[in-house]
Design a protein around this ligand. Structure first.
Ligand code: ATP
Ligand code: MG
Length: 363
């Protein structure tokens, strides 16, 4: 349905209509839209953006568990934005990704049929219950074969988001794995090698590996900002406000202060688990690709609200041996030399996925 959906409404209609990028996580709905630009290549001007919190129990690890209340959240979004067409992100937790080869010059109309057979061996759900989409890697077209990256979801997963939108009087025009949307926002178009995207959120950390603009691998770690708050509360007392904890994370964080090793010491046990998980995923990726030089991860980009944790980029750079930076969520939107974005830097990291979805309008 990923691509099937984009065909539900004939392109001439939705391509000219403003679409809002909507990133639904377990705890929040974030949205972004741009003013339609008159000419291609023009700066994108931000039109709408916002964050609506989602009470717990409605979406659980990306699975819609309480459709009625999700419709309520989407109606609130509709009320605020008057949006009609939306592009939605799908949770990494529920995605099945695999890479396969097809014969060079396979006719377009045969590709889906061919890939359907490959689903059986790569996705643990009967292929009749799966929606899938694919991308052919442009730079890897060999003489006889072309590499294809396939992403699949249980129909049921997507259907629940789709139905909730329709019930809220919204028309979803496309669905996309969140890390793919995030890549569109933050990964420079001319990036070489592979990039690891780390979306350090509130309750989980999403990991994506992107190669030539295509998402090739995803996974999730069940650690987010909430877990960091928990360990800080153990240290400083359970009555410290979340705002004060955020301040501690963002102004002291992992920095080895002479006077305040307490914060770092409390956080490090949790953060080192994230680091170890990243190491494992990197090793897996390199091994899977036979240590190919071209596919080596040569940069790590952090996004998500918890990327604000002070000292995190240098900590990961040092221990992973790969340069790690906070992503510029406006990388492919406008130049920061010309425009001061209306979302401040600290809040912007959480908007990477919604920005990437909204940018899809222009490609
Ligand atoms: N300045 C900040 N603004 C917003 N969030 C911040 C800031 N500094 C730290 N954070 C932390 O970032 C987390 C929220 O991140 P984000 O908005 O990416 O999460 P989410 O997308 O709602 O959740 P998830 O992706 O885990 O489902 C919270 O734990 C919050 O404490
Ligand atoms: Mg998120």
């Amino acid at each position: 349905m990923l691509s099937v959906l984009s065909r539900l409404i004939p392109p001439p209609t939705y391509l000219t209509m403003p679409c809002v990028g909507v990133d639904i996580s377990d705890t929040s709905l974030k949205y972004v839209s741009f003013h339609p630009s008159a000419r291609s290549g023009a700066f994108h001007k931000l039109k709408q953006w916002g964050d609506i919190s989602i009470p717990s129990g409605i979406v659980n690890r990306g699975q819609v568990e309480d459709p009625k209340h999700l419709v309520g959240v989407l109606k609130e979004f509709k009320e605020k934005t008057k949006a009609e067409f939306v592009r939605l992100s799908l949770p990494e937790e529920r995605a099945y990704l695999f890479e396969t080869e097809i014969r060079q010059n396979t006719p377009m109309k045969e590709i889906r049929g061919l890939l359907e057979f490959r689903l059986e061996e790569n996705v643990p759900i009967p292929s009749k219950d799966v929606f899938f989409d694919y991308m052919i890697l442009p730079e890897e077209v060999k003489i006889r074969t072309a590499q294809v990256s396939v992403v699949a979801y249980a129909k049921e997963t997507i259907q629940k988001y789709y139905d909730a939108c329709v019930m809220a009087d919204l028309h979803p025009v496309s669905f996309e794995v969140e890390a793919q949307a995030m890549a569109r926002a933050v990964v420079p178009e001319n990036a070489s090698g592979a990039t690891m995207l780390v979306d350090f959120g509130k309750t989980r950390t999403g990991i994506g590996i992107v190669y030539h603009g295509t998402l090739m691998y995803t996974s999730t770690i069940d650690i987010g900002g909430d877990q960091l708050s928990q360990v800080l509360r153990k240290e400083f007392g359970s009555d410290v406000s979340e705002a004060d904890l955020t301040k501690l994370k963002n102004t002291v964080g992992l920095v080895r202060g002479v006077d305040s090793p307490v914060v770092r010491n409390a956080l490090i046990s949790t953060i080192s688990v994230v680091k170890d998980e990243l190491v494992t995923r990197m090793q897996y990726w390199h091994l899977r690709n036979g240590n190919s030089e071209a596919r080596r991860i040569n940069s790590i980009m952090l996004c998500g609200g918890s990327a604000n944790l002070k000292g995190l980029p240098s900590y990961l750079t040092e221990l992973l041996g790969v340069p790690c930076v906070r992503g510029n969520v406006w990388e492919n939107t406008f130049s920061l030399d010309n425009i001061v974005p209306p979302i401040d830097k600290r809040h912007s990291f959480g908007y990477a996925t919604a920005i990437g979805l909204a940018l899809k309008n222009s490609v």
